[in-house]
Ligand binder design. Sequence first.
Ligand code: ASP
Length: 155
Amino acid sequence: ESLKQLQMQERAREQKDNMGTVGCAVLDKKGNLCAGTSTGGMTNKKYGRIGDSPVIGAGTYANNKTCAVSCTGHGEYYIRLGFARDISALMEYKNLSVEEACREEIRKLSELQGTGGVIAVDAKGNIAMEFNTSGMFRGFIKSDGEKEIAIFANE
Ligand code: ASP
């Protein structure tokens, strides 16, 4: 019974994720990095729950020295990992690229059996969009007009 409930919650969460969360990570022409995340939270969440999105360092983070990060997924795991801030720390302390840092953090999320994704941009305009779900609505545009939108993995 509880497994069935979990599966239903997971399905509801994935459906919600496909519709609810909006995040952005931006590098401006002066070199400022900035991130924002908007969400309705998890489906059937407990009254008063605060997810990772408004918690700076968990679901949202920006630092001009490293990157801007916005996340979507099961917020409790993102809070536990200090997810967004950890990506910045991996870049700062281990010299990882923004893509390597996002992949490493998604690996840690998977290890905890958490699901979700992340978008990030670094101080040079390199972009990373990583996730361990079947898809994540995502896109980017650069100042020269280069752009991309995608939903599923391997697109
Ligand atoms: N991360 C959000 C939360 O746990 C859910 C989402 O991705 O919108 O509240």
